[in-house]
Design a binder for this molecule. Structure first.
Ligand SMILES: NC(=O)c1ccc[n+]([C@@H]2O[C@H](COP(=O)([O-])OP(=O)(O)OC[C@H]3O[C@@H](n4cnc5c(N)ncnc54)[C@H](OP(=O)(O)O)[C@@H]3O)[C@@H](O)[C@H]2O)c1
Length: 231
């Protein structure tokens, strides 16, 4: 039985790098993206370099798209070992907690918090068929409550705090799974910008480790650099 992984939000940035590395380790990667052209191109690039990569169209903010993606996956594979919930957004204008609209917060939560929850729900039947199911929620140090907020992109940070709550709840609800949150650090991507301190390889490291070599009993934690950090 080979290992399958799916990584929604992987046409670029950290998600692309995670998919690339997992394909290099022999996973059959189902590369998820909402943009068909970008997703297919990314999956083809990885397939050329190493391993089996299949494009899966998925918009994590759209329930119908997520359930369709799980159905599509089930046509190609009978189980899922690793789900990496990587898709994330910072909405333009997310500059101040007192100024931002309910709509801005809702939009952010829809992708960053409800997205990982609805994708996990949709794929749980397939994950349950794995010998060692793993769910990795790509969160952010911006969501940490320890140390207090610094005021940067408050809706984004709130969505990641809530995502960490989702991780903790899922870890309890799915005791045979390893479910964890990861902060990749500040990474040079379209989201992180070119001034960021980490490469995509560094940003992907803990995610790939949790997907492959980390102990299965490690669950319900928030990690950076392969180590637990406070919520
Ligand atoms: N970069 C950092 O410094 C940093 C730090 C902490 C945490 N993170 C987290 O790391 C993750 C990856 O970020 P990144 O830096 O690689 O960002 P990125 O380069 O902007 O990539 C984000 C990815 O998410 C996808 N996405 C967004 N909304 C989606 C949706 N509704 N359905 C499916 N895919 C969707 C994007 O697709 P499109 O191309 O279609 O937009 C893109 O592939 C995010 O969860 C982010 O919050 C990043």
């Amino acid at each position: 039985m080979h290992e399958n992984s799916t990584d929604p939000g992987a046409n670029k940035g950290i998600g692309y790098e995670v998919s690339r590395q997992l394909a290099g380790r022999g996973f059959h990667v189902f590369l998820g993206a909402r943009n068909q052209n970008a997703g297919r191109k990314a999956a083809d690039e990885i397939a050329k370099e190493s391993g089996k990569t299949t494009f899966l169209v998925i918009d994590v903010a759209d329930n119908a798209s997520v359930t369709a993606a799980a159905r599509e996956f089930a046509k190609a594979a009978d189980h899922l070992d690793v789900l990496v919930n990587n898709a994330g957004i910072v909405v333009n204008g997310d500059n101040g907690i007192l100024e931002s609209s309910d709509e801005l917060l809702r939009k952010t939560l829809e992708t960053n918090t409800l997205g990982p929850l609805r994708v996990t729900r949709a794929f749980v039947p397939l994950l349950t068929k794995s010998k060692a199911p793993r769910v990795i929620n790509v969160s952010s140090g911006g969501g940490q409550l320890t140390g207090g907020a610094d005021g940067w992109s408050p809706a984004y940070c709130i969505s990641k705090t809530a995502l960490n709550g989702v991780t903790s709840q899922l870890a309890t609800a799915l005791p045979k799974f390893a479910v964890n949150s990861v902060c990749p650090g500040w990474v040079r991507t379209d989201m992180g910008g070119q001034a960021a301190t980490r490469s995509v390889e560094q940003g992907a490291d803990t995610i790939v480790w949790l997907a492959s070599d980390a102990p299965q009993k490690l669950t319900g934690k928030f990690l950076r650099d392969r180590k637990e950090i406070p919520w």
